[in-house]
Design a protein around this ligand. Sequence first.
Ligand code: FAD
Length: 237
Amino acid sequence: MSSSDAPSNATGGAGPVSARVRVRRHADRGRYDAATVEAILDAALICHVGVVEDGQPLVLPTGFGRAGRTLYLHGAVANRSLRLALEGVCVTVTLLDGLVLARSVFTHSMNYRSVVVRGRARPVTDPAEKLAALRAITEHLVPGRWAEVRTPSPTELAATAVIALDMEECSAKVRSGPPRDEAPDRSLPVWAGEVPLHLVAGSPRRDEHVSTGIAEPPSVAATRGRFAAPGGEAGGA
Ligand SMILES: Cc1cc2nc3c(=O)[nH]c(=O)nc-3n(C[C@H](O)[C@H](O)[C@H](O)COP(=O)(O)OP(=O)(O)OC[C@H]3O[C@@H](n4cnc5c(N)ncnc54)[C@H](O)[C@@H]3O)c2cc1C
C-alpha cells in the first residue's frame, strides 16, 4: 500500500480507506465520510449484493439493515448469494434523485447518491446478534415496526441466515445540480434542466384480516410521512 493508499480514517475520514474504493471517474463526486455514507444507506430501502459464482458475477437486489458500521443481510439458509458473500462481496446502494437533461446527448446525466461497500462478510451465528440484526433490517425498512409485531420464533430464526459486512472499505458518490453542457452548447435552442425524482408512498391498504378496531400504527403513519410527496414542486419552468 502506497502512502496515498494509507487509511485516513476507517470510520469515515476525508479520504478512501483503500485504493480500491477511491472514486476515480469524477473523483470530485467521491465522499468517504461516515455521515454521508450512512445517510445514503439509511435513506435507501434496498441494496444490490454482488458476488462471484463459478467465476461469474452475480448481482441480486435485497433488503438490508445497518447497526453502526456493520451492514446486515438476511435470507433463507440455502441462499447462495449470502453464502458466496463470505468469500467476498460488493454491496451497492443507489438513490436516484433526478434526471439531468442537457442540450447535448453526451452531457445527459442523473442526480444520485450511491454507496459501494466492499469486503468479506461473516456469518452471524450468535443468537443475540442474529436477533439484533433482524431487528436492524426490520427497522431499516419501517422504523418502529419491530415493537408492533410478533418477533421471530425459534423455528423462523433457524430457517434464516444472517451475514454481517463491516463497512471498512466503502465509498459514496454524489451528483447534484444542473446539466454541465459545454459553453458553446448553452446557446442552443433546447430545453435543459433537471427533473427531480422522489419515492412517494401511496395510501396504505389495510389487510382484509385486520379487524376494524385496530388503528393505523405509528410506524405506518411515520412511513407515510417519510415518503410524502414533496411540496412546492408542481408545474414546469
Ligand atoms: C444512478 C446512476 C447512474 C449512473 N450512470 C452512469 C452512466 O450512464 N455511465 C457511467 O459511466 N457511469 C454512470 N454512473 C456512475 C458509475 O456508478 C461509476 O461511478 C462510473 O461508471 C465509473 O466507473 P469506474 O469503473 O470507472 O469506477 P471507478 O471510479 O474506477 O471506481 C473505483 C471505486 O470508486 C467507487 N465508486 C465508483 N462508482 C461509485 C458509485 N457510483 N458510488 C459509490 N462508489 C463508487 C467504488 O468503491 C469503486 O471500487 C452512474 C451512477 C449512478 C448512481
